[in-house]
Design a protein around this ligand. Structure first.
Ligand code: RIB
Ligand code: CA
Length: 303
């Protein structure tokens, strides 16, 4: 798989899961939770922490159109909470994420593209080469939501809200799409108990995960008065590596661009045979959350 990301506390958790469970081919970075300079630096530091020998290519530093949104209140000013990872021994391999996505999916067909940030790079790559949609095994994205769940607004999820035009182009691309939305990820929650377990691991990865979970839990305790938080991004990675843990339904999904209250909403047509158009996406509704969390924790222990 190729991961397109905006690290990001839960993106970092997705790195840990991918390092253990995926055949990770490469990484592209995009602005999202924090500016591109930080998402790229974080990806490089995580690559070093996990001993990954993969290329990292930075991409878009903002949405296709519209005002840029960050989520520093969730992920901290530099994106990994208050976790400070050692400087990376290697910087990004280029600033041409689009070229990397196009060329790598040409040289190796059947890759899964796993976007876990705003979809700007993916949309630009599809513009550069629409044939990418047919070459990838799937675009399995953490983003959007079924059943009207929102986080940045009553009905919009951050990755789609941050660049709705890009998301719209991806959902209309004809690619084999799997949407891991908030309706799914809110079922997979980790918190202080898991942080305490990670603390006993006694490794750089265990210590990093402890800090990430403790920061994330503090945010959710303050914001939602709950003692754990949804670990969004690892769900997208594990939906590719362990599909048996997820229940998916075919749906027609479209992105709202013009709504004054609903811009960035993924409108999922739940009407079955009466849906307004043919299904363009497999939407995740169910998950064996305990099994997903166990895979994340095993990846931490073995990281
Ligand atoms: O809405 C959750 C998503 O937005 C996650 O990918 C998180 O990292 C942020 O990018
Ligand atoms: Ca993310």
């Amino acid at each position: 798989m190729i991961i397109d990301c905006d690290p990001g506390v839960d993106d970092a958790m997705a790195f840990i899961a991918a390092a253990r469970w995926a055949d990770l081919v490469g990484i592209t970075t995009v602005a999202g939770n924090v500016p591109l300079v930080h998402t790229t630096a974080n990806a490089c530091r995580l690559r070093s922490l996990l001993g990954l020998d993969v290329e990292i290519h930075s991409g878009a530093d903002g949405p296709l159109v519209g005002v840029q949104e960050f989520a520093t209140h969730v992920h901290g000013e530099t994106g990994l909470g208050d976790v400070v990872l050692p400087e990376s021994d290697r910087g990004a391999d280029s600033d041409d994420a689009v070229g990397y996505l196009v060329e790598t999916t040409r040289s190796e067909e059947g890759l899964h593209l796993v976007p876990i940030g705003p979809l700007t790079n993916v949309a630009l790559a599809l513009r550069a080469d629409p044939g990418l949609a047919d070459r990838v095994a799937s675009i399995t994205l953490m983003g959007g939501s079924a059943l009207g769940v929102g986080n940045v607004s009553a009905v919009a999820e951050f990755n789609v809200f941050a660049d709705p035009e890009a998301a719209d182009e991806v959902f209309r691309s004809g690619a084999r799409l799997t949407m891991i939305g908030l309706n799914l990820t809110h079922q997979v929650r980790m918190g202080a108990v898991h942080a305490a377990q990670c603390r006993t691991v006694g490794s750089p990865v265990g210590d990093a995960m402890t800090g990430l979970l403790e920061f994330y839990t503090k945010f959710h305790l303050a914001e939602e008065e709950v003692s754990d938080g949804p670990v969004h991004d690892p769900c997208a990675v594990l939906a590719v590596t362990h599909p048996e843990l997820f229940t998916l339904e075919d749906r027609h999904v479209q992105v709202e661009l013009a709504g004054s209250h609903t811009r960035g909403m993924t409108l999922v047509d739940e009407r079955g045979a009466r849906a307004s158009a043919a299904a363009n996406c497999r939407v995740a509704y169910g998950v064996d959350a305990d099994a997903v969390i166990a895979l994340v924790m095993q990846a931490v222990r073995e990281g």
